[in-house]
Design a protein around this ligand. Structure first.
Ligand SMILES: NC(=O)C1=CN([C@@H]2O[C@H](COP(=O)(O)OP(=O)(O)OC[C@H]3O[C@@H](n4cnc5c(N)ncnc54)[C@H](O)[C@@H]3O)[C@@H](O)[C@H]2O)C=CC1
Ligand SMILES: O=C(CO)[C@H](O)[C@H](O)COP(=O)(O)O
Length: 359
């Protein structure tokens, strides 16, 4: 079958290669010359000229274009552009991680133009080329049937790993929940391993445990396989930042759970943990420190930039990269009126004195 592919990045590029291997004819379009060259090197036609791309797709009414670009505004503008160029009977496929509500709206709008819209929640990442892609398909049955040869080639096997979920939006909806589950599973592994690493009594080897659990354990999974591989290369692992991005699917899953009144505590907390990781400094955390200092006279940690405040850490500084010991502890000690006591004790006394003074 002939298929047009717009977006030849990590996903679209490899999907083109898998389709070529399956004997399909593919025309690719991307803004990136390197991405185009990659598919040309493997025998596909690739062009950055959208008119040339459309012309190469075949007869109006029988054409199919798979869109595999970043979700959101880019997907919207690519679909808008396609809608103006295609004809009734043609199919647009959105294989990205689009919000299912956008998909429902797009399907309705495109139906008015006589265009079929098929949403495909696609899973498999960069491994899909070799292993095949799991595809959760939504949209009109007739259009999905026409695309069967494409799904059968992209899937891990012709009769497995893909299927029509229901009407437009259902494919992206199921993929959204899939990714919510992904967040929860990832978070559970990450927490368990962090706990074992912190429990220093046994000096446990994380790489050894991850590898061991891959074989026969109840918690073995593909995510664990990838984790075990990552832990083998400790030099690479240790230089990773703890910033964890999120591209929307977790947030939308939580919104859906709120709208339906269905509890999703694991997915929700896993998503919230990503938000926390994305903060350089937590305003809420600063506020907690301010309150503790105010009501209890407790010592609090300061940021590097806030050293001049001269606050005393309760715990030895340097344990957390986001906090540092103030350098002017002696100044605080002097202020507290005694250099005999520990700085933390002195700060506590200062707090008590201030409360007394206020009365
Ligand atoms: N990377 C992953 O593991 C997965 C990604 N997805 C989804 O697949 C979609 C694509 O993701 P990736 O391939 O990872 O992204 P990517 O960033 O690797 O590739 C996107 C490609 O689209 C091209 N592009 C951007 N704007 C364009 C435009 N206006 N016209 C033509 N080409 C344009 C870029 O040049 C790039 O080659 C996204 O919606 C993503 O959420 C879905 C499942 C897994
Ligand atoms: O769909 C995917 C995997 O199934 C993509 O890798 C997606 O980008 C992962 O979500 P996030 O970026 O929010 O971690």
């Amino acid at each position: 079958m002939k298929l047009g592919m717009i977006g030849l990045g990590k996903m679209g590029g490899n999907m083109v290669l898998r389709l070529l291997q399956g004997g399909h004819q593919v025309v690719g379009h991307d803004r990136s010359e390197a991405a185009l060259q990659n598919i040309r090197d493997h025998g596909a036609q690739g062009t950055s000229d959208i008119d040339e791309f459309i012309a190469a797709l075949g007869e109006p009414g029988s054409r199919a274009v798979w869109v595999m670009v970043p979700a959101g505004q880019i997907t919207q503008s690519v679909i808008d552009d396609l809608a103006g160029r295609l004809s009734p009977g043609d199919i647009i496929i959105d294989g990205g991680n689009s919000n299912f509500k956008d998909t429902q709206r797009r399907a309705e709008e495109l139906a008015h133009e006589g265009l079929h819209f098929v949403d495909v929640g696609t899973s498999g990442g960069i491994w899909g080329l070799k292993e095949g892609y799991a595809m959760m398909v939504g949209g009109p049955e007739e259009a999905v049937e026409r695309l069967r040869p494409i799904f059968e080639t992209l899937a891990p096997a012709a009769d497995r790993g893909w299927g029509r979920m229901g009407p437009s939006g259902s494919g992206h909806y199921v993929k959204m929940v899939h990714n919510g589950i992904e967040y929860g599973m990832m978070q559970a592994y990450a927490e368990g391993f962090e706990l074992m690493k912190a429990h220093q009594t046994f000096n446990l080897d994380m790489a050894q445990i991850a590898e061991l659990w891959r074989h026969g354990s109840v918690v073995r999974s593909w995510l664990l396989d990838l984790t075990a591989e990552a832990l083998k290369n400790s030099a690479d692992f240790e230089q990773l930042s703890d910033y964890v991005a999120d591209s929307g699917e977790g947030r939308w899953t939580i919104i859906d759970s709120i709208e339906l009144g269905v509890p999703t505590p694991v997915i929700t907390l896993a998503t919230q943990m990503r938000f926390r990781s994305q903060q350089e400094v937590s305003y809420a955390g600063q506020m907690l420190s301010a309150m503790r200092r105010a009501f209890g006279g407790h010592a609090v940690k300061t940021l590097e930039v806030g050293k001049q405040e001269g606050l005393v850490p309760e715990v030895q500084a340097g344990e957390h990269p986001k906090a540092a010991a103030p350098e002017n502890i002696p100044a605080v000690a002097a202020q507290a009126g005694s250099s005999e006591h520990s700085a933390a004790e002195q700060l506590g006394e200062t707090g008590q004195q201030r409360v007394k003074g206020d009365e």
